[in-house]
Design a protein around this ligand. Structure first.
Ligand SMILES: [Zn+2]
Ligand SMILES: [Zn+2]
Length: 282
């Protein structure tokens, strides 16, 4: 798919639904892989009472539908208006407490990580087992469907075809705290070909702006809720497992475990060997 075609697929239109105004892709097939369909509303006649607090609906206690789950609630149980970008709503929409909580959490992805991913960063890219690498700008396409790599050559990878996202880090980080993201390994399928292709992105070594930008991009990529992507959900149903491991951190945890065991061995040797140790109450 050329970038010109991709740009045409970014076109959007405004539509009005019973839930509110939505800015949806002009071509339905090119919607975001992170998008959600609007739910079917529970029919009015099937819900005489609030589905949360059981209050009976009448002229005073009015009925409201949660825009995310489509269930029926009273005003008290469905009063929050929260952004719902996954359903393309232009304005914040009414949601029940449970859905509002999820939508608030998702808003972080849209407000932070997505912006970083769309603006892109520069990496050294190695395809497969090739000896050669190339400097390329890597970014998420505006419709969020593809990772676009631009350098001397051009490459597009469908987000829904990515099966493995492995962040490469350096530094010792129990629990992943202080590790520095240095690169990323991606595995993906290419339609019409057998097996999986792979590529490795490496951030530059210098400590300038582009290096910081690359690190921020890798961190954002690591925080993408990949479970949202349709393709991955389908793959998981088909029995694929997604690896999101971190080699250096796993190695760090192994090291931490070994030093913990060594510490205990030294302590026990001290207790049983040392005269003072023997007397010391534990
Ligand atoms: Zn209620
Ligand atoms: Zn809800």
């Amino acid at each position: 798919m050329s970038s010109g075609v991709a740009a045409r697929h970014d076109a959007k239109k405004l539509v009005r639904s019973p839930s509110g105004l939505r800015m949806v892709p002009e071509h339905r097939a090119f919607g975001s892989p992170f998008g959600l369909e609007e739910p079917q509303w529970v029919p009015d006649k099937e819900c005489p009472r609030c589905m949360q607090c059981d209050a009976k609906f009448d002229f005073i206690t009015r009925k409201h539908h949660c825009r995310r789950c489509g269930k029926c609630f009273c005003d008290r149980c469905c009063s929050q208006k929260v952004p719902l970008r996954r359903m393309c709503f232009v304005d914040p929409v009414r949601q029940c407490a449970e859905c509002a909580l999820v939508s608030h959490r998702e808003a972080e992805f849209y407000d932070r990580q997505l912006k970083v991913l769309l603006s892109g960063a520069t990496f050294t890219v190695t395809f497969g087992n090739s000896e050669k690498s190339e400097t390329m700008v890597c970014r998420l396409s505006n419709n969020q469907r593809c990772l676009i790599l631009d350098g001397d050559s051009h490459c597009e990878i469908e987000v829904a075809h990515i099966s493995t996202v492995q962040v490469l880090t350096e530094g010792f980080a129990p629990g992943g705290g202080n590790a520095r993201a240095t690169g990323m390994f991606l595995q993906y399928t290419v339609p019409g070909t057998e097996g999986e292709a792979q590529l490795k992105l490496t951030a530059g070594e210098d400590a300038n702006t582009s290096r910081r930008q690359a690190t921020a991009w890798l961190v954002a990529m690591h925080k993408v809720p990949w479970v949202w992507a349709d393709g991955l959900r389908a793959q998981r149903r088909a029995g694929f497992s997604q690896r999101r491991t971190c080699q250096s951190s796993a190695f760090g945890r192994h090291r931490a475990w070994r030093s913990w065991v060594r510490g205990w061995v030294c302590f026990l040797v001290f207790i049983f060997d040392h005269p003072a140790g023997r007397q010391a109450p534990l």
